[in-house]
Design a protein around this ligand. Structure first.
Ligand code: PMP
Length: 284
């Protein structure tokens, strides 16, 4: 399998990551995941914009333009002949020796960029059956809008949910639902959709943008406003969203059925709009 290592496409086995890479030692870096359908990227511009915005938030100078990055990722997708799958890409602040919290000058220490692909078909069965979730306290930092490669808080939350036998962790701060460990969180009550507003407590999801557009087209009202665990318990439907899972029904929370305990009509409608968006951008 070929990967991108800085400005080259190489065999995966050729990549060498230094033990003093700041990504390896400090998780000092930014990542993103973009999906491709039928060999074409879906919402690539939005992912690239978020990646650049993340770099700028941590004062990491990009070694390429947005157009150059897009070209390189497209080349990788092509070389690996990915039809439907994911491209993971990340940048770290490079190799700083000796280990020091202070940033090195970018002119002295160039960043390290890598990208790889995985083939992952759409899991239609899961999208129709839905997943289970556990409610877990959100103990992450206060810069959740930055797509940092430091995911320890997210990993610990997901691990807590998995240990109890649930698929996903729904995170809350003092009873306010923020998002899930690796996706945005939504609920439906009396025909209205609710989701946490963007800000420093959640990641501004690209799938969220697509779903907001889908809801507007379908004429379903959306309120981007905080909601509580109590409100979630009374919800008619719950679902989460991300690039890899699209709109995923959550049919059970902490062992209790959400609504009917099956995929609800609102999320099903959003899933159908999502497929139309995919077809419009990537063909069918
Ligand atoms: N929140 C978190 C914590 C995530 O890890 C993700 C997935 N990257 C999302 C939300 C959804 O983002 P997107 O729709 O851009 O994949």
């Amino acid at each position: 399998m070929k990967v991108i290592w800085n400005d080259q496409i190489v065999d995966r086995t050729e990549v060498k990551i230094d033990l003093e890479d700041r990504g390896y030692q400090f998780a000092d870096g930014i990542y993103d995941v973009v999906r491709a359908y039928n060999g074409k990227f879906f919402t690539l511009d939005e992912h690239i914009d978020r990646f650049f915005s993340g770099m700028s938030k941590i004062d990491l100078e990009a070694p390429f333009t947005k157009a150059e990055l897009k070209e390189r990722l497209a080349e990788l997708l092509n070389v690996n002949k990915v039809d439907t799958g994911n491209v993971y890409f990340q940048i770290t602040r490079g190799i700083a020796s000796p280990r020091d919290h202070v940033f090195p000058e970018p002119t002295v220490v160039p960043p390290v960029f890598t990208a790889s692909t995985t083939v992952v078909p759409r899991n239609e069965e899961k999208m129709s059956k839905g997943i289970t979730a556990a409610v877990v306290p959100d103990t992450r930092w206060l810069h959740c809008d930055i797509k940092s490669i430091s995911l320890l808080g997210n990993i610990m939350a997901k691990h807590t949910a998995h240990k109890k036998g649930f698929d996903e962790a729904i995170l809350h701060r003092d009873g306010i639902v923020t998002e899930c460990s690796s996706s945005n969180m939504w609920m439906v009550k009396d025909g209205t959709i609710y989701t946490h507003p963007d800000g420093n407590l959640i990641l501004p999801g690209i799938t969220k943008i697509v779903l907001l557009r889908a809801a507007a087209k379908a004429g379903i009202p959306v309120i981007e406003k905080e909601f509580t665990l109590e409100q979630l318990k009374e919800a008619d439907e719950a679902f989460s969203s991300s690039t890899t899972i699209e709109a995923m029904p959550i049919v059970e929370i902490d062992g209790t059925a959400v609504g009917t305990g099956e995929r609800g009509p609102v999320v099903e409608m959003l899933q159908q709009f999502y497929i139309k968006e995919i077809e419009a951008q990537c063909g069918s």
